[in-house]
Design a protein around this ligand. Sequence first.
Ligand SMILES: NC(=O)c1ccc[n+]([C@@H]2O[C@H](COP(=O)([O-])OP(=O)(O)OC[C@H]3O[C@@H](n4cnc5c(N)ncnc54)[C@H](O)[C@@H]3O)[C@@H](O)[C@H]2O)c1
Length: 298
Amino acid sequence: MPPSAIEATTTAPPTSASESLPNQIAQSVPAPVYLSTEPGPDHDWKVTLKSKVIVITGANRGIGLGLATVCLANDAKEVYSFDLFEPGEEFQALQQAHPKQVHYVHCDVTSEESVNKAVDQVVAQSGRIDGMVANAGMTKHQPALNFDRPQLEQLFNLNVFGAYFCAKAAANKFIELGIKGSIVFTASMTSYRPNRAGPSAPYGGTKAAVRNMAHTLAMEWAKHGIRVNSISPGFVMTQMTSKIREAPDFNLKMQYYGGMPRLADPRELGGAYVYLLSEGATYTTGIDIPVAGIVGAW
Ligand SMILES: NC(=O)c1ccc[n+]([C@@H]2O[C@H](COP(=O)([O-])OP(=O)(O)OC[C@H]3O[C@@H](n4cnc5c(N)ncnc54)[C@H](O)[C@@H]3O)[C@@H](O)[C@H]2O)c1
């Protein structure tokens, strides 16, 4: 039965045979109503973000900024950066190259109130929201024995709570507006295995949480036509990796990792995000895409 055919029905009352089985789950609850994500007859089979309004958290620089660039190259109507800090020159250059399409909203993703307010602002300004990339995050490299509670809380507040608030705010708005939206988390290869270039057990824990969460949210929100996925980058050329790149043996470490012994340009991740945000991915939900130049096969 195609998803479009799934409607709210009350299934037949249990038969006398099932009633006689004490462990049998009663089948009398109404089946959920599914908002169909099936492509319609006029579906655009090109992978494109045409007419889509996309929010990317932490897009003032680094991976988020690279993603914003690739979203625009693939015809996104508008891209918003939700970021804690004022935009710098790189972000302003993207704004100048795409007048009226690139916006900055001051937002602290660790505050649910701040995230809800920012999402409301997007809809007030642009009339809709189609995609949420929960990307803002941070790491801290140090031996596990040295982490104290405030450091752990800082990492989990931003990487897990922040991502959760963004996903929840977007899902609520998609449901309110009847939009079949897409949510993409930026996880990490450290969600699969340790980062041998710079130890950070708590960071890996936050990213594993995010990757796992995407799967469960995809299950829960499928009935609303909402898709939830994650991307796991390997090493990317951003501020976050500046410290580990300074290590005198960094190049050697990269060679030992196997695969491509280099860091990614942030824009090299963009294609995977664009796919997940697009209508090309109407049947893709609950997955993680590693984009890692095979860094440390996991
Ligand atoms: N760089 C890598 O090699 C790499 C690898 C795997 C995963 N990641 C993940 O990719 C994401 C982006 O990393 P990056 O390398 O671009 O980092 P980055 O430090 O260059 O950028 C992070 C952005 O998030 C913003 N931010 C920080 N706290 C915020 C808050 N409370 N609210 C809103 N915005 C906030 C920052 O201002 C900044 O613009 C992170 O989730 C990171 O964990 C990075």
